[in-house]
Structure formats: C-alpha cells, structure tokens
Design a protein around this ligand. Structure first.
Ligand SMILES: [Zn+2]
Length: 256
C-alpha cells in the first residue's frame, strides 16, 4: 500500500528510524490491529498506533464513561461522562488521524464475538481488566495463529510479553487459570498504564514492520517505584491446554 505525499509528510520523522523506513510505514498502513478494552491501557495504545499510521483499528469496549475512568483513560473526556466510551474513543482518534479506519464494537470480548474480532486483525492487543477475557482472547489468537501482545499493570508495576502461537509461551502457559489476587478494580496511576501501553505499541510496530527484538518468550517487568526494568525468560508449558497441541516450531527464542 503506497504512501500518499500527505502521509510522507506526516510520518517523515518516523520513516527516519533505522529499520522502519518507507516500506515499514507502508506495512503499518496496510495493517489492522484489534484492541480489546480501550481504557487505561488500550486508550494510549490506540492513540500511539493511530499516531504511528496504522491503517485500521478494531476497538472493542462496552459501557459509558465514568468519573473514575478519567485519571487514565485518555481517550475519554469530561464532557463525555455518561456517554458511550467507544464513541469518545473514535472521535478522539479521528481528531488525531482522520485517515484512520476504525471499526468500533461496543462490547467486551466474549465467547460470542472473540472469533470474529480476531479474524479481522493482523495483531491483537489484550488490555482487559478481566482475566477471563484475556484467557479467552489468548485461546482465540492461538487457534487462529495471530500474534498477541499482552500488557498488564497493578499499582506501580507493569508486565508485558509478546505471544507468537507455536513459538512462544501463550498466556495459558503462564497462567492456566485466573491468577489468585487478580482484581477487576485495582490501584493505578495513568502514567503507569500509559507507559505499559506505549511499550506494547512499540512491540506491535516492531512486529508489524519486522525490525528490532521482540519480547518473544520474554516477560518484561517494570517497577515504577524503583524505576527498574527486568526481562526474564519464560517457557512453553508442556501439555498446555491451549497451545500444547501446536507442537513447537524452530526458533522459539528468535521469533519475529
Ligand atoms: Zn500455552
């Protein structure tokens, strides 16, 4: 998908990035990303992908904007209180990038829509506060062999990994069931969720364009209290109920 002269002007400084270039920008333009839940994580993530020139976003998020969203859900605004979150997301993103194609789904991921949502995407970003939704999305991504970037945070800590089905551990390899202590509502500062969101966006851009090293079979742990990043190796779990049947492909630690 060739760039227009307008797009060359908009993305000029980004095309200068070593490994990205005009061909990488064209790949972003021809790519579709699914973001499930467009809140504290998914909002800044969608914004960064929109700014970077991704061609299409599929956004799934239910409900209306509440006051307690506004400390971190940066695509929501005060005048949007009580109104549809997903419509606010659409408007804010189009203000930034009117050429962006957006498909909005006013639902959270569930058994009934997961397959359809994942089918339309080249890459999936899991930003749900409910772990059941994360496990469901992981299962569907493994089934359809779609890459999945999983970002999460709690208090001042964040975690991030990139799942490539058949090559890296899937989410169920790490957490076969909902982790004990996982909460639907949790302490968070918007700057922490936005940090994890932007790290996830970078993983997605690198994966779609094909440059740099991914967090494949690696878990990044960010501690904002001490300002430290750690990267640990993670492994596929033999007999994983979700990805075990895929077998292992070569290059488990070299994905991407
Ligand atoms: Zn697995």
């Amino acid at each position: 998908m060739e760039l227009t002269s307008e797009e060359r002007a908009i993305y000029e400084w980004q095309i200068w990035v070593d490994g990205l270039g005009e061909s990488g920008q064209e790949r972003l333009k021809s790519s579709t990303a699914l973001i499930t839940r467009v809140g504290g994580l998914g909002g800044p993530l969608a914004q960064s992908l929109a700014a970077a020139g991704i061609g299409k976003l599929i956004l799934a998020h239910a409900g209306n904007t509440r006051p307690s969203d506004l400390n971190r859900q940066i695509l929501q605004t005060h005048d949007q209180l009580g109104k549809s979150r997903i419509e606010s997301c659409r408007q804010r993103l189009l203000d930034l990038n009117p050429r962006l194609e957006i498909e909005t789904v006013g639902e959270n991921v569930d058994e009934g829509n997961a397959a359809r949502l994942v089918t339309g995407a080249d890459i999936v970003f899991d930003c749900a506060p409910l772990f059941e939704e994360r496990l469901l999305l992981n299962r569907e991504c493994v089934r359809q062999r779609k890459p999945l970037v999983d970002a999460a945070m709690f208090d001042l800590e964040g975690q991030l990994t990139t799942i490539i089905p058949g090559q890296t551990p899937c989410l169920a390899c790490l957490y076969p069931e909902v982790p004990p202590g996982w909460k639907r509502e949790f302490p968070v500062i918007g700057a922490v969720s936005a940090t994890m969101a932007n790290l996830a966006a970078l993983e997605g851009i690198k994966l779609l364009v094909g440059f740099g090293e991914l967090l494949a079979s690696k878990l990044l742990i960010f501690d904002a209290r001490s300002m430290t990043f750690r990267k640990i190796s993670i492994h596929r779990r033999p007999g994983c109920a979700v990805c075990g049947a895929l077998g292992s492909t070569a290059g488990e630690n070299e994905a991407g």
